[in-house]
Design a protein around this ligand. Structure first.
Ligand code: IPE
Ligand code: IPE
Ligand code: MG
Length: 250
């Protein structure tokens, strides 16, 4: 399935869900599902780029995920470190810029070290960016942003009365990122679980029953095709949105 370049959402965000159920269906431990999930991350990172996506944000660990059994959290952190170590060369070779959103300062020291290296070594790439949401939660993000904004006002760097969304949003983790155009959630759940609530205010949502370890390029293409059947109105009427295109064709 191919999509004309102009119809590809520039920023796709994915809530990668269903690793545990994938493993359970096969009588395997949950961690095996997470291992397979990492393989999917690899494939989808390059599938998205091949399809013309410019930025891919993957929800890898939520603030609420600390509530899972300690063995699972430990295994996830181990997998993350392994993934970062293994992918660095590929990112450099294939010119993938890597960055993160979330309270990464609360992650284990080993993970933080690899995050810093990967971010540093790939910061010069501009064509395609992979963003991992790690220890991320929208509510924590707004609290952190409000705190930083208040400090800037107290320091005289911002004027409270000028406070617009464009000013305030510079204090979010996503300050220099475009908003997601398309948010996909795998595994059949239809909720956002504290992911990019503010940034996805006008995103299109696609919910697919496919479990994350089974998600592939065709599923991504199908989600993009679904996105292309939508009309994004941003508060305007359908006529207003369609008119410029018609006017252009005259
Ligand atoms: C998503 O898969 C991975 C993370 C949240 C880290 P899950 O582990 O949530 O899988 P299910 O929902 O139990 O199937
Ligand atoms: C959301 O998945 C978090 C990530 C994908 C990292 P969860 O599986 O943790 O979400 P809930 O608990 O079912 O809402
Ligand atoms: Mg889940």
């Amino acid at each position: 399935m191919s999509v004309p370049a102009e119809n590809v959402p520039p920023h796709v965000a994915i809530i990668m869900d269903g690793n545990g159920r994938w493993a359970k269906q096969r009588g395997l431990p949950r961690i095996e599902g997470h291992r397979r999930g990492v393989e999917t991350v690899r494939n989808v990172t390059f599938a998205a780029r091949d399809l013309g996506v410019r930025m891919l944000t993957l929800y890898a660990f939520s603030i609420e995920n600390w509530k899972r059994p300690p063995e699972e959290v430990g295994a996830l952190m181990g997998l993350l470190e392994y993934y970062l170590k293994k992918e660095l060369d590929t990112f450099v070779r294939d010119r993938v810029r890597f960055r993160t959103i979330g309270r990464t300062e609360e992650l284990p020291a080993g993970v933080q070290k690899h995050l810093r290296t990967t971010i540093e070594e790939t910061k010069c790439f501009t064509d395609y960016t992979l963003v991992l949401a790690l220890n991320y939660g929208s509510r924590a993000e707004i609290v952190d942003a409000a705190r930083a904004y208040a400090a800037a006002v107290a320091a005289g760097k911002e004027k409270l009365n000028d406070g617009s969304w464009s000013t305030f949003s510079r204090y979010l983790y996503t300050a220099d990122m475009p908003d997601p155009d398309l948010v996909i959630r795998t595994s059949g759940e239809k909720r956002i679980s504290n992911f990019l609530s503010l940034q996805a205010a006008y995103a299109e949502f696609v919910f697919t029953p496919v479990l994350w370890p089974d998600f592939g390029k065709d599923d991504l293409s199908a989600a993009i095709a679904d996105y292309n059947r939508r009309e994004r109105r941003f508060g305007q009427t359908s006529e207003q949105v369609v008119a410029p295109a018609k006017a252009h064709r005259k």
